[in-house]
Structures are given as structure tokens and as C-alpha cells.
Design a protein around this ligand. Sequence first.
Ligand code: UDP
Ligand code: MG
Length: 152
Amino acid sequence: MERTLVLVKPDGVQRGLVGTIIQRLEQRGLRLAGLKMVRVDRATAERHYEPLKDRPFFPALIDFITSSPVVAMAWEGPHAVEAARQTMGATNPLQAAPGTLRADYALDIQFNLVHGSDSAESAARELAIWFRPEELVSWTRADEDWAFGQSK
Ligand code: UDP
Ligand code: MG
């Protein structure tokens, strides 16, 4: 069982895609464990994207992610990290597989709607930035035996 951080980035919120993004992950069978809307400050954004701080696009990425509210979510399930990233699609929407969120709803490599942690270690680091422990809810989804199967 894994936990991952998903952010609906400012473009996703402004374009009215919060519900669509939640629906895709929810219907995949992942279990929502935390949810909040956040106007992220620069220091927090820089902490979140710290591994990318030397990349040329870093300053523009921080400007973008702090420009307008985001929605932060924790999702749980077997292979939640990989499953969420697969549902999102490749970083560049033009390279994302059809049927993924980024291919279906985005065009730009920066304005690509969503963030998903890239490993269990990243997820733990990022979730600690966005959520206090008591904000993550432990519960049983009624259909999770059917969605998680033998991976539970
Ligand atoms: N990004 C960008 N230009 C690039 C690569 C990435 O603006 O050439 C942005 C994009 O919003 C991406 C984020 O930086 O989602 C983080 O990059 P990463 O390589 O971690 O991609 P992700 O894990 O989000 O697919
Ligand atoms: Mg990444």
C-alpha cells in the first residue's frame, strides 16, 4: 500500500478541471486520504520543487505554481505512486498517452494540470510539506476489496 501527493496546478483549477481530475483518480479505485485548496507561498513551492532547483525552468515553475490556488490531495492504494502518474500521463502533454489527463486536457509542458510524486520517497517528503499528519484521514472505502484485489 502506498500514498502519493497529487496537486491540481493553477491551470487545472482555473480551467475547472478539479472535478475531472478527482473523478479519474477516484474511479481508478484509489482512496482519497486528504484534500485541501491552498494558495501556496514561494518558500513552500521552492521546498516542494527543491530537487529541480538547478533546472532552467525552475523560476518560471515557481512563478506558475504560486500564481493562483492549487488543490492538494493525498491518494492511497496499491502502487498509488505509479498508478497516479500513469493516469496523469507524461510531463509533456504532447508525449502523454491518449486517455491520460495531460493528453486529454493539456497542451503545454509547464501548464500540464497536475503534479504527482515520482516515488514513494518523494511522496513521503512532499506529503509532509502539504499536509499535517492529522489532516490525512485513515478510512476504508466500501469498494476497496474489489478495486485493490490481491494487491491490498
Ligand atoms: N516543467 C517545465 N518545463 C520542462 C519540464 C518541466 O515547465 O521542460 C514543469 C512542468 O510543469 C512539470 C514540472 O516542471 O510538471 C516538474 O517537472 P518534472 O520533470 O518533475 O515533471 P512531472 O514529474 O511533473 O511530470
Ligand atoms: Mg516531478
